[in-house]
Ligand binder design. Structure first.
Ligand SMILES: [Zn+2]
Length: 505
């Protein structure tokens, strides 16, 4: 079975931030979950290199646009590599194949009479790169998303794509496909956006004002407005309209932040309908990250979490783990360097790392490897069952909404294993010859259960999990993965037991 996961392509007008790292890491976790279930998966992430904001960013640095774009594209790619995003496509919208496919799609719509030219007068937000309706503005006539930007009054000829003809069909599609938008809360929001007639979508900018973009194939004085260009990346990756693009396209899910629900839930589906193409399988929507106390991150407040800084200080898995554990889809979540450090130490180090170190070192020192498992008590069975159930939570399909609770179940199981190990006190049992086999069983149960948890954690923190499994001397599980107890062999050697999650001050 195939699956095609996409993240938005990110504007490169500023350095990458935690939001970029987040969506791409989430897509990576969903990919690993699907791979573990034996699926064939492709993941796309990358950057949007066109538009006025990028052009101005290059100008501000006195760089030629292409030099600027090359630097930024590399910077974003370094971030995704650093945080372990296993992407199959790294999108750059300046790629010739993409530009040609966008122009072809535009020509097709133009020839079919589905693009119209008219003069446009309106208030334009440079932040959104969008004209704003009066009803969208704040009381003091500002864009609600970009309160610091003065809106420009612009009067210019523009090409438009009328979306209204597809509105009812889109409503019908959403109603007929309950999982088109996940979680359901955003389905309601999308239907609300579709409750009133849709405006015509502006798809061009005069080249005199914006030069960084794809020239319209039917009017060389205009470039394509960013969304019409950017959204098509999801198809142009697949070598649309050639190759086997349909096989992947029919299994496509877009991961998006809630701020771009309208572009992906209204603009994009209506564009696809006009192009006579099927809609993607669905949208996977998540909330945003806020700083401590629920305030927006900003340089002035000093609460910006730099994903590169965090990954370098605590390790990439500390960052991935926090994002997976504390992200919410239906509301915003809070993040700060302090809370990442705290969760890293209280959960990764103190629960998973600590038990691996204690049980692993004990097994090596006293049993010279994995001890033999003897008869099991009720307490043994209980912790084993809990670890197995928690691991099974990641052997099933996960949604972004479910991810934090599935990870929490692994933490609960690890916590119980720590308590079990401390309470069973194998070091005391080793003192009497008669109880030494019992000590072996306790250590076996702890290590084998922990192995299961790390097999599951491979989807979230692959680097550390694979290290842990190597310390336990076991092979990485093959796909499709089906979690099972008793995979450690009594008498088998253990690897070097090293500190998995080092303390950081
Ligand atoms: Zn705006």
């Amino acid at each position: 079975m195939k699956s095609y996961l996409t993240t938005p392509i990110y504007y490169v007008n500023a350095a990458p931030h935690i939001g970029h790292a987040h969506t791409s890491v989430m897509a990576d976790i969903l990919k690993r979950n699907k791979l573990a279930r034996g699926m064939d998966v492709r993941l796309s992430t990358g950057c949007d290199e066109h538009g006025q904001k990028n052009q101005e960013a290059a100008e501000a640095l006195n760089l030629a646009p292409q030099d600027y774009l090359d630097q930024r594209a590399e910077e974003f790619q370094r971030l995704f590599d650093l945080v372990g995003v296993d992407y199959d496509y790294y999108v750059r919208t300046t790629r010739p194949g993409h530009k040609e496919a966008v122009a072809r799609a535009e020509q097709q719509l133009f020839d079919a009479g589905l693009i119209v030219k008219k003069s446009y007068t309106g208030k334009y937000c440079k932040g959104c790169e969008q004209f704003k309706k009066e009803s969208d503005l704040t009381e003091d006539d500002r864009c609600p998303e970009h309160n610091n930007i003065e809106l420009e009054l612009i009067d210019e000829p523009n090409y438009f794509f009328p979306m209204e003809p597809y509105r009812q069909r889109l409503i019908d599609h959403i109603n007929a496909n309950p999982d088109f938008v996940d979680p359901p809360m955003y389905r309601g929001e999308l239907l609300k956006m579709l409750a009133e007639p849709l405006e015509d979508l502006s798809i061009s900018r005069p080249k005199a004002r914006v030069s960084l973009g794809i020239e319209l194939p039917f009017d060389a004085d205009h470039v394509t407005y960013v969304w019409f260009d950017a959204l098509l990346n999801y198809l142009t990756n697949l070598e649309f309209p050639g190759g086997d693009y349909q096989d992947w396209w029919s299994e496509c899910r877009h991961l998006i932040g809630k701020d771009i629900l309208k572009t992906h839930g209204v603009y994009w589906p209506t564009m696809l309908m006009a192009l006579d193409l099927p809609l993607p399988k669905g949208l996977v929507v998540h909330g945003h990250w806020l700083g401590d106390g629920g305030v927006k991150m900003s340089k002035t407040l000093g609460n910006v979490v730099d994903p590169i800084e965090v990954a370098e200080k605590y390790g990439v898995d500390a960052l991935r783990y926090y994002l997976a554990r504390h992200m919410r889809t239906e509301s915003d979540s809070q993040i700060s360097a302090e809370t990442i450090a705290q969760v890293y130490s209280s959960e990764l180090a103190n629960k998973f790392g600590n038990l691996l170190s204690r049980a692993g070192k004990f097994a090596k020192a006293r049993f010279d490897g994995v001890p033999q498992m003897g008869q099991l008590t009720e307490a043994d069975e209980a912790v084993r069952a809990k670890a197995l159930a928690a691991a099974q939570g990641l052997a099933k399909e996960i949604t972004l909404t479910q991810l934090p609770e599935r990870v929490a179940a692994l933490v609960d199981a690890a916590e119980e294993l720590n308590a079990y190990f401390a309470h069973s006190a194998p070091w005391d049992l080793m003192k009497e010859e008669a109880t030494q086999p019992r000590a072996g069983t306790v250590v076996y149960v702890a290590l084998d259960s922990l192995r299961l948890l790390f097999e599951a954690l491979r989807q979230v923190i692959p680097v550390s999990s694979d290290k842990a499994l190597a310390m336990m001397g076991v092979d990485l599980p093959a796909a499709p993965w089906s979690p099972a107890l008793d995979q450690l062999q009594g008498g088998a050697p253990l690897g070097d037991i090293e500190v998995l999650f080092a303390r950081v001050d």
